[in-house]
Design a protein around this ligand. Structure first.
Ligand code: AMP
Length: 432
């Protein structure tokens, strides 16, 4: 699309009807985001779409608005109960709930009905709403299949399918469920696939059900938001927690998302932050839906300053305008770094992505630099100098692993040795 045309593009020129324009204006959007400018016309043309867009680009409105527009332009004559016309699949319950919120916001001035189904909560209220009839269903794959097998869901009216964050669905092992769902849907329908990254598996999946798709991209694939300042602080493994505490307290940061590689790591770090008087909560797959919702609500209201999350749990979180993201460990998959830092610098605001990196993660940093084709700034904070060699870190890891494999007989001793050594080192550093 010519540059000048995109500059002057408005929601009106995209051909959306008054009911949708009213909802958009109530939400305060003035200009469609790049992914919306590109995807909406293609979807309105009835094309299947393969879109490269990460969270924060406005992708949800990018597929919801034209879908609603299609339904409003061709209203269904439903005798009796409404049939589901659109199915939106998401990897996590948080994302599903967020997408439903958006669908409800954009359809506020229409008579279209929508609901969400996901696991981890009582199915009865979901079944009751489905029985009343809905036009748009947002779902996670497992619960959807469960309810279908109970005869609660009828797919025969589906005209529209969206796979949102398809890459994450595959990462979470949903490929088989997705294939089962695809086989249950009517073959004549419009299909949209949104993904932040494009592995071979995603391409194979896309080829299996998209028909001559229009390709749209929010930003060149695997490039990070321009407004995100990215920095690496090199230090020792055992000093990471203290460094995170220092950055958060001295910087007076009160809305921080910290990524850890494991659920256990997320719990541990969140407890240590709490001990340092920083209001923190961990959010990961082992937490109940209630605990996750409470943590997220607290974070949004400001009663929790730091959310410590694993990659998968963080995927569906909608937290606009997040100023700080910290990678407590670098992910071993470079694309995950792109997802993580996509949580900051959202909707045009500037953000900072900080990675706390120990010597054993330098190779991951190089992988990320290669993917993004940039050199990440790297620095050292006085008092937190990296002194460990790769050999030292690796042998400590091997020692812990061996202790663990011996049935944990020596684990506590070797761990307490390590942590007391680290603690002493930390105290020495602080005194400096
Ligand atoms: P998403 O990528 O769909 O998760 O959207 C990211 C954030 O951008 C959400 O908080 C949306 O409400 C917001 N958003 C979506 N479209 C626009 C727009 N055209 N202008 C401003 N904000 C938007």
């Amino acid at each position: 699309m010519p540059f000048l045309l995109t500059l002057f593009m408005s929601f009106q020129t995209l051909g959306l009807c008054d009911a949708l324009l009213k909802a958009i204006s109530k939400k305060g959007y003035t200009t469609p985001s790049p992914i919306q400018q590109k995807a909406i016309p293609k979807i309105l043309d009835g094309r299947d779409v393969l879109a490269s867009a990460q969270t924060g680009t406005g992708k949800t409105a990018g597929f919801t608005l034209p879908m609603l527009q299609q339904f409003l332009a061709n209203p269904a004559q439903h005798q009796g109960r409404r049939k589901i016309k659109s199915l939106i699949l998401t990897p996590t319950r948080e994302l599903a709930a967020q997408v439903l919120d958006d669908v409800k916001t954009y359809s506020e001035f229409t008579d279209l009905k929508s609901t969400v189904v996901f696991g981890g909560v009582n199915a009865n209220p979901q079944i009751k709403t489905l029985r009343q009839g809905v036009d748009i269903l947002v779902a996670t794959p497992g619960r959807l299949l469960d309810l279908h097998s109970q005869g609660v869901i009828n797919f025969s009216g589906i005209q529209f399918l969206v796979l949102d964050e398809a890459d994450r669905m595959l990462d979470m092992g949903f490929l088989r469920d997705i294939k089962r769902i695809l086989a249950l849907l009517p073959s004549k329908r419009q299909n949209l696939l949104f993904s932040a990254t494009f592995s071979k598996e995603i391409k194979t999946l896309a080829n299996s059900f998209l028909h001559n798709p229009a390709m749209v991209e929010a930003a060149p694939q695997n490039t990070t938001a321009e407004k995100v300042d990215q920095i690496i602080y090199r230090t020792n493994k055992g000093l990471k927690t203290a460094l995170v505490i220092k950055l958060i307290t001295e910087g007076n940061w009160n809305q921080v998302l910290v990524f850890t590689r494991t659920k256990h790591g997320a719990n541990k770090l969140s407890q240590k932050l709490e001990k340092a008087d920083i209001k923190a909560a961990a959010i990961h797959g082992n937490k109940s839906q209630g605990a996750r919702t409470r943590a997220l609500a607290g974070f949004k209201e400001g009663t929790i300053s730091v959310l410590v999350a694993t990659d998968i749990a963080a995927r569906g979180l909608d937290i606009p305008l997040l100023p700080h993201v910290i990678n407590f460990e670098l992910p071993n998959i470079p694309e995950d770094y792109v997802h993580r830092i996509g949580r900051t610098g959202r909707a045009g605001a500037s953000g900072k992505a900080i990675s706390i990196v120990s010597v054993d993660e330098y190779a991951y940093a190089r992988g990320i630099e290669k993917l993004l084709n940039i050199k990440l700034d790297s620095t050292i904070i006085p008092g937190f100098e990296p002194t460990e060699s790769l050999h030292e870190v690796e042998s400590k890891k091997a020692e812990n692993k061996a202790a663990h494999n011996r049935g944990g007989r020596n684990t506590s001793r070797s761990q307490s040795n390590t942590s007391s050594q680290e603690g002493a080192k930390k105290r020495r550093k602080f005194r400096r």
